[in-house]
Design a protein around this ligand. Structure first.
Ligand code: FMN
Length: 508
């Protein structure tokens, strides 16, 4: 392959002859744009340019040659050749990003997980922020997920020697972790950071916590797995593809490459209506990209190949939802048990009855979760469902037969403590890890995990617990957990209370 100058690249900037450069290689995608089920527009926007950053915002570069035989490499981009202004669509975006980050508070000023969110809101690309932060419809469940923790009171024990506190525990009977916290699966990591989910992998490795790797990551599974440090255990989150052979292949690959748990997402037979996301122009472009690769839920999938016509006017999430296999049922879970020896955990269980059914099948666990409030609005928070799951498993004589994980709205060490007290083995952290990654990269995610550890240690100390197994149900009062209405507003307190402030920007 010869060298292609920026000028030569720019000459192929239309549907009659369309070249784009990605990762230093120039591709002729003229034929491909016509077979692109999402339409030619998204590619033509980058025609004749170095589209690396636009492409990498969603994909792993190594995916491109695999898309289609109509994607033809024509040469290597001659980066020493004269650049034309229009050659690189990333320049304007880089300028805008630099402006957003001007005067950004330092990592040292971040005291809690909310601070990452406050900084992310101002520094992230607005479309990326909308995608990460959005919840379904009126976002009642999104807010309830955290609010529910306020209805659980702590009942500390005193005069316990707490000079040494150990927050470590064991997940799925095999993985010793430093914290009862894991980084849960979230799609489209490259929207927040150019290195995408590998940032989370590295931070998880550095802090000895587990990362659940998403099927729909922007990075390939290999990229993520290659970013592990020695002896780092990871889990794989699965969206079951309509083509079960695709699913079998990806499950076998995850197992062969050492993943220690298969988390099957069961709360997304179709996607929730995320209106912040829908309102932004971004949705159309992202859905186009995703549809091209046959992605079946919240991002692109490197493994699926389905192509469908979708209603893009409904926004990214809804457009993508047409790829979700709504026929997924308990029978498929039994089939998965024949495919893999990895422990299988259902992610997205919301009733005690379904948890009992999972235990009867002999599964390794459930994640009590409402998908971060992104699916069914006005459903209950994970923490509220947890006691029902424990009670129903006890009634069925199945308590202790499988592990119970929970996610949604966990922002404080005390939230983690409450979940452990109510019967969880571990807690998934979603958005805070995305925000920490998007603002401060790996260092930010490590700091986030440190904050969770420091807060949990403090709460354990004040509660009279020196190890995770000391945390018991009688240490919390959850009697009002299901009382979702607070009848009395403490007006005086509200009036005198001075709200906490996130770190301030210094833009003078
Ligand atoms: N869950 C999945 O099972 N698969 C996904 O691909 C997926 N993508 C997500 C993308 C984003 C941007 C967010 C915020 C969540 C996603 N989730 C996905 C749900 C998370 O795994 C988790 O259930 C949720 O984020 C926990 O709530 P939290 O964000 O309040 O911590």
């Amino acid at each position: 392959m010869g060298l292609v100058t920026y000028k030569q690249l720019a000459e192929h900037n239309n549907s009659g002859s369309c070249w784009i450069a990605v990762g230093g290689t120039v591709y002729d995608v003229t034929q491909f744009i016509h077979t692109h089920p999402g339409g030619a527009k998204i590619i033509l926007k980058e025609a004749g340019k170095d589209a690396t950053s636009a492409f990498e915002a969603v994909h792993s570069v190594e995916l491109l040659p695999r898309f289609d035989e109509t994607v033809k490499p024509v040469g290597t981009l001659d980066k020493s050749s004269e650049r034309l202004d229009s050659n690189d669509s990333s320049t304007a975006e880089a300028d805008a990003a630099a402006l957003r980050r001007a005067g950004m508070p330092s990592l040292g000023s971040v005291l809690n997980s909310f601070d990452f969110e406050a900084i992310a809101r101002q520094t992230m690309k607005p479309e990326a922020w909308a995608y990460y932060s959005s919840g379904a419809e009126d976002e009642i469940t999104l807010r309830e997920n955290h609010a529910a923790f306020h209805r659980i009171a702590l009942k500390p024990r005193v005069l316990v020697n707490v000079s040494h506190i150990d927050t470590s525990t064991t997940f799925l009977k095999q993985t010793r972790v430093s914290l009862p916290v894991y980084i849960t699966a979230c799609a489209l990591g490259k929207l927040g950071h150019p290195d995408g989910e590998t940032v989370l992998t590295r931070a998880a490795g550095a802090r000895n916590v587990v990362q659940m790797m998403p099927t729909l990551a922007s990075c390939s599974l290999d990229d993520m797995l290659n970013a592990r440090v020695d002896s780092q255990d990871t889990w794989f989150q699965l969206y079951v593809n309509a083509d079960r052979n695709v699913t079998r292949d990806v499950v076998l690959k995850a197992e062969a490459r050492g993943c220690k748990g298969l988390f099957v997402t069961v709360d997304a037979p179709q996607l929730g209506r995320r209106e912040k996301d829908m309102r932004l122009k971004y949705q159309e472009d992202i859905s186009d990209i995703i549809v091209k690769t046959g992605g079946d839920e919240e991002g692109e999938s490197s493994t699926s190949t389905g192509q469908k016509k979708v209603n893009r006017a409904m926004g990214a999430a809804r457009a993508i939802s047409s790829f979700i296999d709504p026929s997924l049922s308990w029978k498929d879970i039994e089939w998965l048990q024949t495919v893999t020896r990895m422990p299988i955990v259902l992610k997205g269980v919301q009733t005690g009855a379904d948890a009992v059914q999972a235990a009867k099948l002999g599964l390794a666990g459930v994640v009590v979760s409402n998908h971060g409030g992104r699916q069914l609005d006005t459903c209950r928070s994970g923490i509220e469902i947890l006691p029902e799951v424990v009670a129903d498993l006890k009634r069925a004589g199945l308590h202790g037969k499988m592990e119970i994980y929970v996610d949604g709205g966990f922002r404080r060490g005390s939230d983690v403590f409450k979940a452990i007290a109510l019967g969880a083995t571990g807690v998934g952290i979603g958005r805070p890890s995305l925000y920490a990654m998007s603002t401060f990269g790996q260092e930010g995610v490590e700091r986030l995990l440190d904050i969770f550890r420091e807060e949990l240690e403090m709460v354990m100390g004040l509660m009279g617990c020196t190890k995770i197994s000391d945390i018991t149900e009688d240490m919390v009062d959850a009697s009002h957990l299901s009382t979702r209405v607070s009848l009395v507003r403490d007006m005086l307190h509200q009036t005198v209370y001075e709200p906490l402030q996130p770190p301030q920007f210094n833009r003078s």
